[in-house]
Structures are given as structure tokens and as C-alpha cells.
Design a binder for this molecule. Structure first.
Ligand code: GDG
Length: 454
């Protein structure tokens, strides 16, 4: 049987199941990796130079091979092209896109360095599954080193239509690199279609159904929604409610409804618009004063990128404004924290919340929405308010779907959720629960690996 090799920018340290980690990819894949798997990527550390030899650690029969990034490579590849060009571009934020040719060169060089360090570890019948926007040119680099096995790529974030993608100076080169994979996967049919349109209109490639034909070779493009380990998450949520931590949360609420939001502190997640939505709820529906408490957990992320620093300043200001305007001597409407919370605590918080407020401006999928649903008590479930522009909205159609740019619509949805009858909450939750328990992380992995095996 051929071995599975996973390649991702960040590799989780061995045996961290359940540990605090604010990254969707590691969470989804960790329940899937089996003994015998090789997981290759960046260690998360910088060094004067990018290492040429990987450090290999074993844990639970899985081999974790990592390299350090040189400080200059880190600046050009990670901070530069990946997170200042591709991330904003693929989240439809052209105004935030920064492009420098030297960053793109660094991106190609780091991908070549990944390939050079990985190549000696590969067996000819390995199947290689590459993850996310940091590593689009990896297949090209591995092919240049003579690897002939199957290589697949999955994009965790959205893809954009040609009119947006065309703004990226090396747009055609990036598309050509993606066509060096055997399978290219996207979260939703919409992202897949946008990619096919770009391949045809910008790349000039022949598209046949969902396949792209390049020099007689067929590249298969698929939509494969990522999911969660729903029964596992439901279990930890249920157990967590009995803990002293959740007891203290309940005491601090004094019978008020909890509105919960949790994500990386990222401009794609729509936090300022959401804070504004909460302010409008309090301004327009004063009956909820003292009856509701919002907790925003926003784990700090990518602090080297300027756009993230200004977002943090903006949120500090908005949170201060809201609390200054609406607080009473014994009620603070918004609790806002930028530390990471342990996964079990997060699951418990989701379970006791009346509203899960998940309003990204764009999101590939959004696992928080699925986790919130899995965590609920079916007898007394909370209500999910979800952005129409999260990939998850294509499956979770029984949530209250909102346009995240419209803070009045967010406020109205919160009011609806707070007033919603138990019967309607149960009906909506039952439908959402079916969807979340059907599209699990295991299914996501199996669909992709089956397609890759061909
Ligand atoms: C990318 C795409 C796609 C968040 N805060 C804390 C914490 N988290 C956990 C959540 C969830 C994960 O991190 C975040 O996953 P998301 O899917 O919501 O978002 P991204 O990190 O942007 O992930 C996204 C995903 O890849 C997978 O394909 O869905 O669209 O952008 O599991 O619970 N976990 C802990 N403490 C926190 O404070 N422990």
C-alpha cells in the first residue's frame, strides 16, 4: 500500500491532540493521520538560513519532518507573498494586497527548498497531499527533482473570479504551477468554478468538465468540503460543561444570554463589522440591555503583517467605544480577549452560548460554525448566525444567514435569535446537526485521497 505524505506550511508538534491550537488545518487533519504517514513542513522557527536537512521526530507512528526558515526567506515567502499578496487577494481584498517581485522570488525559492529537503525522504509510490496557498508551486519543484508519483493540492481558502485574480502580477505562472498537480481541491463548488474560469481565461488552458487539459495531461479539479470530527467535538463540549471553568462562566453571566465568537484575529473574519452589529443591536433593541453578554475570543495571528496591527488597534478602539457607551455599573456588554483559549474550554463555551456569531467577510469554509453546531445540546440549542460568504453557508442553510457587511442585518438576526422559540431553535439545530455530522473531517480526507489515488 502506498504511503501518504502530507505537506503543509506549519506542522503540528507530535501528539498535540486537544491542545490549544488556533489553526483549522491541523485540527482537521490530526484525526486522520495514521501510523506510517509522513508529515512535512516548516517548524515555525526562523534561523539565519533556511535549513537544507529536515529534523525528523516520531510520534504515534507518524513521522514529522520539519525545516527552519531563514529570516529573509520568512520575510519574503511567509510575511510577503503568502500573507500580504495571496491571502488578501484570495479573500477579495485587493485594497490590502501588497506585491513585490522579490517576495514572489522568495516564495518560489522557499518552495524549491521545501522540495529539495522533502525529495530524499520520498519513495516512488508515495502519494503526496500538499496543503494551502503557501505551497502552490511545490509540485513544479518536486517534478523538477524527478518525482513522478501522484501529487494533490488542496486550497483551504477561497478562490476568486478572473477579474480579481488577474490583479496578481504572476497570475498566469501561479495557475500554470497549480496545473502541475494531478488533483486540485477546493472547499466549495463556487471556488472550484472560479478556478476553472481563471484557468481558461487567464491561463489559456483547455477546460473539459471539471478537468483541465495541459499538454495532453489531465488535471482533475474537485470540490471537497472540509469538516470536523463532530461526535468527538460534541463529546468534549458536553464534558466541558461539568468543569469548574464553565461553572465560573455561568456564574459570571448571571442568567444573561451568551453570544460567542472565536477565531484568529484576522481581517477576513469581519470583526469590526460584527462589533458594529452588536452595537446596533444594543442601540435599536434596548430590551436586550443587561440580558445579553457577548464574548469575542480573537487569538492574535500574523502580527508581523501591518494590516493585522491596524486591525488590532481598530478593535481595541471599537470595544472601548461599545463598553463606554452601553455599560452599566454591573453590566459590561462586550468581553474581548486576544489570547488563545484551550480547545475543551472553547467547546464548553460554545455549548452554553445562546448565539454563535460567525460573520467572516470571506472564508474558505469556517470550522468554528461547524464546531458551534456540534457543541450544542439538542434539547436546548443555541442559534448559529452565519455569513453568506463563508464556504460553510453552502451546507449550513438552516443557520440565520446574513450579509456580514450589513451591521443592521447582523443586529436584526441577533434579535431574531434572542427571541426565537425553543421549537424553532430545535428544528434549525436538528437540520444543521445532520449536515455537520455527515460532512466530517474523515469524509473530507477520504474523498481527497480517493481522488488522488485516481
Ligand atoms: C483556514 C480557512 C477553513 C480559533 N480560536 C481558537 C481556536 N480556534 C480554532 C477553531 C477552529 C480553528 O481554530 C479555526 O478554523 P477556521 O476554519 O474557522 O479558520 P482558519 O484558521 O482561518 O482556517 C478556513 C480552514 O482553514 C480549514 O480548511 O475552514 O476557511 O481560512 O478549529 O476552533 N482554538 C483554540 N483556541 C482559540 O482561541 N484552542
Amino acid at each position: 500500500m502506498s504511503r501518504l505524505v502530507i505537506v503543509s506550511n506549519r506542522v503540528p508538534p507530535p501528539r498535540t491532540k486537544g491542545a490549544a491550537s488556533a489553526g483549522g488545518l491541523a485540527v482537521a487533519l490530526q484525526s486522520f493521520v495514521e501510523p506510517g504517514t509522513l508529515w512535512f513542513g516548516w517548524s515555525g522557527r526562523t534561523a539565519p538560513e533556511t535549513s537544507s536537512e529536515p529534523r525528523i521526530v516520531e510520534g504515534g507512528g507518524v513521522q514529522y519532518a520539519t525545516i527552519d526558515l531563514g529570516t529573509q526567506d520568512y520575510a519574503r515567502f511567509y510575511v510577503g507573498f503568502a500573507n500580504s499578496s495571496l491571502w488578501p487577494l484570495l479573500h477579495f481584498r485587493l485594497g490590502l494586497m501588497r506585491y513585490r517581485r522579490e517576495d514572489f522570488d522568495g516564495y518560489l525559492e522557499v518552495n524549491a527548498a521545501f522540495a529539495a529537503a522533502l525529495r530524499p525522504l520520498l519513495r516512488e509510490d508515495d502519494i503526496v497531499w500538499v496543503h494551502d496557498y503557501h505551497l502552490m508551486p511545490l509540485a513544479t519543484a518536486l517534478r523538477a527533482l524527478g518525482f513522478r508519483g501522484r501529487i494533490g493540492f488542496f486550497l483551504h481558502i477561497p478562490f476568486v473570479p478572473p477579474s480579481v485574480f488577474d490583479a496578481l502580477p504572476p497570475a498566469r505562472g501561479v495557475l500554470k504551477a497549480l496545473c502541475d498537480y494531478d488533483v486540485v481541491g477546493f472547499q466549495t463548488r463556487t471556488h472550484l468554478q472560479d478556478f476553472l474560469d481563471c484557468a481558461s481565461r487567464i491561463g489559456g488552458f483547455e477546460v473539459e468538465g471539471d478537468d483541465i487539459i495541459v499538454a495532453g495531461r489531465r488535471v482533475r479539479a474537485i470540490a471537497d468540503a472540509i469538516g470536523i470530527d463532530a461526535p468527538g467535538f460534541a463529546r468534549i463540549a458536553q464534558r466541558s460543561t461539568g468543569t469548574a471553568y464553565i461553572q465560573r462562566v455561568r456564574e459570571s453571566l448571571i442568567d444573561r444570554h451568551l453570544v460567542i465568537s472565536a477565531e484568529r484575529l484576522d481581517y477576513s473574519k469581519g470583526l469590526p463589522n460584527r462589533f458594529e452589529g452588536f452595537a446596533r443591536l444594543l442601540a435599536r433593541f434596548p430590551q436586550h440591555h443587561r440580558r445579553v453578554s457577548m464574548l469575542q475570543i480573537a487569538a492574535r495571528s500574523r502580527e508581523e503583517v501591518a494590516a493585522y496591527q491596524s486591525l488590532r488597534r481598530e478593535l481595541d478602539r471599537l470595544a472601548g467605544d461599545i463598553n463606554g457607551r452601553f455599560s452599566q455599573f454591573d453590566w459590561v456588554p462586550l468581553r474581548y480577549m486576544t489570547q488563545t483559549v484551550a480547545r475543551t474550554k472553547l467547546a464548553g463555551l460554545f455549548r452554553v452560548a445562546r448565539i454563535g456569531l460567525v460573520t467572516p467577510l470571506r472564508d474558505g469554509m469556517n470550522l468554528v460554525a461547524k464546531e458551534f453546531v456540534a457543541a450544542q445540546d439538542p434539547a436546548d440549542p443555541g442559534v448559529l448566525i452565519l455569513s453568506r460568504f463563508a464556504g460553510a453557508a453552502e451546507e449550513l442553510t438552516d443557520a440565520l444567514l446574513v450579509n456580514p457587511y450589513d451591521s443592521d442585518e447582523i443586529a436584526e438576526a441577533m434579535n431574531t435569535a434572542l427571541e426565537m422559540s425553543l421549537e424553532e431553535r430545535q428544528e434549525r439545530h436538528a437540520a444543521l446537526r445532520r449536515a455537520v455530522f455527515e460532512v466530517t473531517s474523515a469524509r473530507y480526507c477520504n474523498v481527497f485521497v480517493d481522488a488522488l489515488k485516481g
